[in-house]
Design a protein around this ligand. Structure first.
Ligand code: PEP
Ligand code: MN
Length: 333
């Protein structure tokens, strides 16, 4: 039978002929692995692990300031926080919009943290790029193709979460949309997929961490918070993710989880996060990597364990041989 022109010679995957067309994302599309670098110094894909931490949603200036201060003190290098929240119910907290974007930028600058925040709507992309260092595409939007094209047209790094029930192939093809627009700064984020079992919020597919190392040159991080849905399970899974080779973590932290407006059950409080960071330092070393070496900020907040003389902000074993794009901050290791 004649093959339709639009279907390339692909593998049969569960009876469906899928095109093998993630040609920009595939491992051999580049000779080196991609390192995605944010304005402010955080990097994904090199020897330095990126630690993105903060509340699910930005609720107030005070809540965000306290969280940012404490996660910076504990050694995180990227502040996360939702300004636009994709909520299952339209009656749930939807986020504070641009007001929250301003708070994120201020807190990020105050404590020397990069800022990652979700963009839900292609019409908001331009606004969000004015405040954020990295655009998050949430699980529900992994196949929102107009949104992928819109962020692909920017030169701001993108954190692409795996869809609720997306195959690895679909996920890499979503990344392909962004790469095709000329934006090389894509970081993949495993956050668990829907499963038959509701004992945890989602089922973390930790196998994708080493698997993606073979399939793509793009960095991969893990979000244990949305995978587990239960704060007590977050630290062991964060540790396991780094041991498996993840280039970073996305962790929800709230100063008062029981009173959080969203995702309180899975949020660590600031002390729990600091304790986890101390555990992660040893695991990172085991994995041949290291936690962020943050420059002290104006407020004197710097990561514990790094004397001022050792804080460089750069990885000595991460030669930046080629700058792919001066605006996206994407470099090849
Ligand atoms: C989030 O990071 O707060 C979020 C909504 O994540 P996800 O898209 O993975 O559900
Ligand atoms: Mn959340």
């Amino acid at each position: 039978m004649k093959r339709p022109r639009c279907v390339e010679a692909g593998r049969m995957e569960r009876g469906v002929n899928v095109p093998q067309s993630y040609r920009l994302a595939r491992r051999d599309a580049r000779s080196e692995r991609t390192v995605v670098r944010l304005r402010g110094g955080a990097s994904f894909g090199g020897d330095e692990i990126a630690i993105c931490a903060g509340p699910c949603g930005v609720e107030s200036g005070e809540q965000l300031d306290e969280t940012a201060r404490e996660v910076a003190r504990a050694g995180a290098n990227v502040l996360r926080g939702g300004a636009y929240k994709p909520r299952t119910s339209p009656y749930s907290f939807q986020g504070l919009g641009e007001e929250a974007l301003k708070m994120l930028r201020d807190a990020g600058d105050r404590y020397g943290l990069g800022v990652v925040t979700e963009v839900l709507d292609p019409r908001d992309v331009e606004l969000v790029t004015q405040y954020a260092d990295m655009l998050q595409i949430g699980t529900r939007n992994m196949q929102n193709f107009p949104l992928l094209r819109e962020v692909g047209a920017t030169r701001v790094p993108v954190l692409l979460k795996r869809g609720l029930s997306a195959t690895v192939q679909e996920w890499l093809l979503a990344a392909e949309y962004i790469l095709l627009g000329g934006n090389d700064g894509v970081v993949l984020c495993e956050r668990g997929v829907r499963s038959f079992d509701v004992a945890t919020r989602n089922l973390l597919d930790i196998s994708v961490v080493p698997l993606l190392e073979d399939l793509t040159h793009l960095p991969v991080i893990v979000d244990p918070s949305h995978a587990m849905g239960i704060a007590r399970l977050v630290p062991p899974i964060a540790v396991a993710s780094i041991a498996a080779g993840a280039h970073g973590l996305l962790i929800e932290v709230h100063p008062d989880p029981p009173n959080a407006l969203s995702d309180g059950a899975q949020s660590l409080d600031c002390a729990q996060f600091a304790k986890l960071m101390r555990r992660l330092a040893a695991v990172a070393e085991f994995a041949g990597r290291h936690l962020p070496r943050r420059k002290p900020s104006g407020d004197g907040v710097s990561a514990p364990g790094y004397p001022a003389s050792a804080i460089s902000g750069e990885s000595a074993r991460n030669p930046e041989s080629e700058v792919r794009s001066s605006t996206s901050g994407v470099k090849l290791a």
